[in-house]
Design a protein around this ligand. Structure first.
Ligand code: NDP
Length: 340
């Protein structure tokens, strides 16, 4: 079995986080339902990922797979592959749990579902708050953050952070918080470089974690109607060939060279190894400059149904979709009946 060695980044609270983690969002089908049938494949692939050397797992209440993640962790500890302290486990508090007291309930429920007694990191999934009925609750994320500070103080989690915050929201948070977030997890890939946001975070010692790190540059996400870079782009193929790597590895390495942590998701064992085999080459300055040119501010993850809600973090686009998928509001069709 090929092994991978993943270096760490340091967080602003002194703890370390592996520079590449395993993403666990299985996605929604065309009907907007959680893809429950992939959960057993996730158990298999995550188990393999830990065997080959992954130590960082990114999950969330929303993903409905906390029980599966917990079962894999338990199994790997029992097998003696890892100790709990070798792993860095992140989960997230969903938009319907933004009252400060609900943050604690949410974190405790995540711990119960995963069978853990602490989390390494818990994130506010979005700065917006939405009830299960799809109503904008307009809760100030500063109030929500006080709930995060409380779970940190109680020792339920080792670090707290945010996700999908823009510069303005982070600036306001930093001016009003007691504990600075250790990370901001946002979409970053070749098409969405987020230079201003990354510069802001790095200046303020907040680690940037890139979700959807491939954007549309994988066959499963190909969309020929948009200006996103394709996995068979000739420039990418040339650069990849030069380093003896795949285009996906070049995309992840580029993020690493920008000082950004990434959390690619794959259920395919060969890709588990491929995605983490990026720490043995260096993209040169000329190629970095070429890769930078792909940035065209194209977003893959754009929840337009929330765009009129308080604290929606992205620019608005001219579409009229207001219906929020049921699975982003109610805990139906979880992979495990334990999900609530
Ligand atoms: P990714 O950019 O990780 O892409 C996942 C897709 O790429 C899957 O279809 C996978 O296929 C495919 N893939 C993975 N590796 C390769 C490869 N080497 N070659 C070709 N195809 C590949 O997207 P995600 O949206 O899943 O983002 C990653 C993680 O980020 C999530 O799983 C989640 O943990 C987190 N996230 C957080 C969000 C937030 O709001 N905070 C929002 C979205 C994601 P296959 O599985 O079939 O191999």
């Amino acid at each position: 079995m090929s092994k991978v060695v993943i270096p760490n980044f340091k967080l602003n609270n002194g703890l370390e986080i592996p520079a590449l983690g395993y993403g666990t969002w299985l996605g929604l089908n065309e009907k907007g339902e959680f893809i429950v049938e992939d959960a057993p494949k996730l158990v298999d692939a995550l188990s393999y990922a830990i065997d080959v050397g992954y130590r960082h797992i990114d999950t969330a209440h929303l993903y409905r797979v906390e029980p599966e993640v917990g079962s894999v962790v338990k199994q790997k500890i029992q097998e003696g592959v890892v100790k709990r302290e070798d792993l860095f486990i992140t989960t997230k508090v969903w938009n319907s749990e933004h009252r400060p007291e609900d943050v604690e309930k949410s974190v405790k429920a995540s711990l119960r579902r995963m069978g853990l007694n602490y989390l390494d990191l818990v994130l506010m999934h979005w700065p917006i708050s939405v009830s299960a009925e799809g109503v904008d609750e307009k809760i100030d994320y500063l109030d929500t953050w006080s709930g995060f500070e409380s779970v940190l103080k109680q020792g339920l989690v080792k670090a707290i952070g945010v996700s999908n915050f823009n510069v303005e929201q982070l600036t306001r948070l930093l001016a009003n918080c007691q504990v600075v977030p250790v990370v901001n997890q946002v979409e970053i890939n070749l098409n969405l470089g987020q230079k201003e946001l990354v510069d802001y975070c790095q200046k303020n010692n907040i680690l940037v974690v890139a979700y959807t790190p491939f954007g549309r540059m994988v066959p499963s996400r190909l969309d020929t109607t948009c200006p996103a870079i394709r996995h068979d782009d000739p420039i990418m193929l040339d650069i990849a060939k030069k380093y003896g790597k795949t285009v996906q590895q070049v995309a992840l390495r580029y993020l690493y060279q920008r000082g950004i942590c990434s959390i690619p998701k794959t259920l395919t064992k060969t890709r588990v190894v491929e995605n983490a085999s990026i720490f043995d080459f260096q993209i040169d300055d000329a190629d970095v400059a070429t890769l930078r040119e792909f940035d065209n501010n194209y977003r893959t993850v754009r929840p337009v149904f929330w765009q009129n809600f308080n604290n929606y973090p992205f620019d608005k686009v001219n579409v009229d979709i207001t219906e929020i998928p049921l699975s982003l509001r109610k805990w139906k069709n979880g992979a495990n009946l334990d999900i609530d």
